[in-house]
Design a protein around this ligand. Structure first.
Ligand code: SF4
Ligand code: SF4
Length: 92
């Protein structure tokens, strides 16, 4: 586990929502790796030229939206979790 990931997790709490807030369209994914490189929590990985997001992303994602912003293929849909759920910043 990368040190930067540990540091960020110390700063947040998560309240798990009931709906998914990141959707990945593998048919559109070109495997460029931009989401893998940008995610501060290292939640994306490439397998056989397609990106995959960690199954437990909802408990670790800090909702920065970077993966959605850098995906030039519109393969990622991101929306903030429903009110009262998601990441809660404790410090900063
Ligand atoms: S940035 Fe988009 S196209 Fe590139 S690997 Fe990630 S999901 Fe696939
Ligand atoms: S929103 Fe940010 S932390 Fe969450 S998966 Fe995308 S890049 Fe990673």
């Amino acid at each position: 586990m990368a040190e930067k990931e540990i540091d960020l997790r110390k700063m947040v709490k998560h309240v798990r929502g009931t709906v998914e807030f990141i959707h990945h369209d593998k048919a559109r994914c070109t495997g460029c790796g931009r989401c893998v490189n940008i995610c501060p929590m290292e939640l994306w990985e490439l397998k056989k030229s397609k990106a995959f997001i960690s199954p437990d992303y909802a408990e670790k994602c800090v909702e920065c939206g970077s993966c959605w912003l850098v995906c030039e293929s519109n393969a990622i849909e991101f929306s903030y979790p429903e009110g009262g759920t998601g990441v809660i910043w404790e410090y900063g």
